[in-house]
Design a protein. Structure first.
Length: 272
């Protein structure tokens, strides 16, 4: 029996990258998974986004861990679609919901609609996730844990003068406000809410030609910075590093931790 046996976790942006790592890690600990992802392209995003095949690969990995999974395509910007996907998963997996990982996010940086798209996905999408998930969690009456996947850009003023880049930082900072409000609102139900703030993670959102070029230009444009390096001698983190922290935070080991902004960043924030 795993530490999370009998529990159900809802994960957005689960088709690949960090979302897939969370699904694999939590299922390895015994949790059943409700996985959603847009599995489509947003026009302002300059790198390829996840596909239905990516989501199918997540399903296979979770099932190989011996866990159940209900997976579907849903856009976090569409509250009704997100609610329907979650409802279907909760009903199929026995009526309970214990863990929520609000992971879905984009990094468009440039483009005419970049500001609005990144706010809609990275901030409003997280609000929608919280809004549709808290009711079944409260109804189940088992308490639980909600983790918002923010960024070091949600703790420091890291951005280039592009609408999407500024919007990314604004959205990731806004997630902290959501986290703190819901940590207070849900504490009486024994539901904990925290945010995790990774430095650069080796996922398709970072490991692509556009983002590599943007990071290179961002570092080269001014002699004074910004300094994009971590304090520890590691350039990027693995998605599994973030998933391991999430697993600890949602387990009983983190049962009294709520309202916390937790950097998982190899010392990036501490250097600022």
């Amino acid at each position: 029996m795993g530490e999370l046996s009998g529990k159900v976790a809802f994960i957005t942006g689960a088709a690949r990258g960090q979302g897939r790592a969370h699904a694999v890690k939590l299922s390895s600990m015994g949790a059943d998974i409700i996985a959603v992802d847009l599995c489509d392209q947003i026009a302002s995003v300059p790198y390829p986004m996840a596909t239905p095949d990516d989501l199918a690969a997540t399903v296979k990995l979770v099932e190989e861990n011996g866990a159940r999974i209900v997976a579907g395509q849903a856009d976090v910007r569409d509250r009704d679609a997100l609610k329907s996907a979650l409802k279907a998963g909760v009903e199929e997996l026995g009526g309970r919901l214990d863990i929520v990982i609000a992971n879905a996010g984009i990094a468009p940086m440039a483009g005419e609609d970049a500001w609005q798209d990144v706010i809609d996905v990275n901030l409003t999408g997280v609000f929608h996730t919280l809004d549709v998930a808290m009711r079944p969690m409260v109804k189940a009456g088992n308490g639980g844990s909600i983790v918002l996947i923010s960024s070091v850009a949600g703790l420091v003023g890291l951005a280039s003068p592009m609408a999407g880049s500024v919007g990314y930082a604004a959205a990731k900072h806004g997630m902290v406000g959501l986290m703190r409000v819901y940590a207070n609102l849900l504490a009486s139900q024994n539901i904990r809410v925290n945010s995790i703030h990774p430095a650069g993670v080796d996922t398709p959102m970072i490991d692509n030609d556009f983002t590599r070029k943007w990071l290179s230009q961002l570092t080269a444009e001014t002699k004074a910075g910004p300094d994009m390096t971590n304090a520890l001698p590691v350039q990027v983190l693995d998605a599994e590093d973030i998933a391991n922290t999430v697993a600890w935070l949602v387990s009983d080991a983190g049962r009294y931790i709520t309202g916390v902004t937790l950097p998982v960043d190899a010392g990036f924030v501490n250097k600022r």
